[in-house]
Write a protein that binds this ligand. Structure first.
Ligand code: FMN
Length: 204
């Protein structure tokens, strides 16, 4: 229980579902867990119900090493080269768009990614959406046919870092950072800052 939010309530899962970039590399993510996450994702909404997203499931060391070497971690942590070998993710889901089924699926992809990550958090794992990576090298390595685009890589593992949400959006500074104790801070706008109150004509 944190902030009177019941443990494992939806609110708690959303709160815990941070972008984790440091993991305990000694704790594997089983194939069963990856399947369980896809069991959730197959139930998510899809434009025109085309369901064009496919996934490569990765939890073996060789493939993890290869995928890792082509990812770009944490744009704003400029002096950090990404997780050390002891902190690396132990699984990945590579989300693909099958263009034979639909030519775009950005909204489907966002919903699917958040569902996967929430599902991971519910199981005491966690992850990070990665959109900056070497698409060419990954497509070549996995011999992807022409009709597949890689939309994102979702890194997964047992989180091994503490993340603090700073409700300081009004400062206008949205860059996440690490403090002197190694805690990762992520600024979030407050609810009030999310609300746009339109001027209504009858108020003229
Ligand atoms: C579409 C999208 C793309 C992202 N791409 C990357 C990425 O390439 N590398 C990375 O380290 N984090 C990436 N992130 C994670 C964001 O940096 C993170 O969501 C943001 O800092 C807020 O932190 P939070 O997820 O803990 O709330 C991405 C997130 C989204 C939604």
């Amino acid at each position: 229980m944190s902030n009177n939010i019941p443990e494992n309530s939806f609110h708690d899962l959303v709160l815990k579902n941070r972008s984790y970039r440091r993991f305990d590399a000694s704790i594997p993510v089983s194939e069963q867990i990856l399947f369980d996450l896809l069991e959730l994702v197959r139930l998510t909404p899809s434009s025109k119900n085309r369901q064009p997203l496919k996934y490569i499931l990765i939890n073996n060391q060789d493939d993890c090493n290869f995928v890792f070497s082509h990812l770009k971690w944490a744009w704003f942590l400029r002096n950090w080269d990404g997780p050390s070998p002891e902190e690396r993710p132990t699984a990945y889901l590579i989300m693909l768009l099958d263009k034979n089924l639909n030519d775009k699926a950005d909204f489907d992809a966002g919903i699917a990614a958040q569902t996967i990550l929430l599902g991971a958090v519910e199981k005491d794992f966690g992850g990070c959406i990665i959109r900056t990576f070497n698409r060419y090298e990954l497509a070549k390595y996995f011999c992807l046919p022409e009709n597949f685009d890689i939309i994102m890589v979702i890194a997964l593992g047992k989180p091994a870092e503490e993340i603090i949400i700073d409700n300081n959006g009004s400062s206008g500074k949205m860059e996440y950072f690490r403090d002197e104790n190694g805690l990762h801070h992520v600024p979030k706008r407050t609810v009030n800052e999310l609300i746009y109150s339109p001027i209504r004509h009858d108020q003229d």
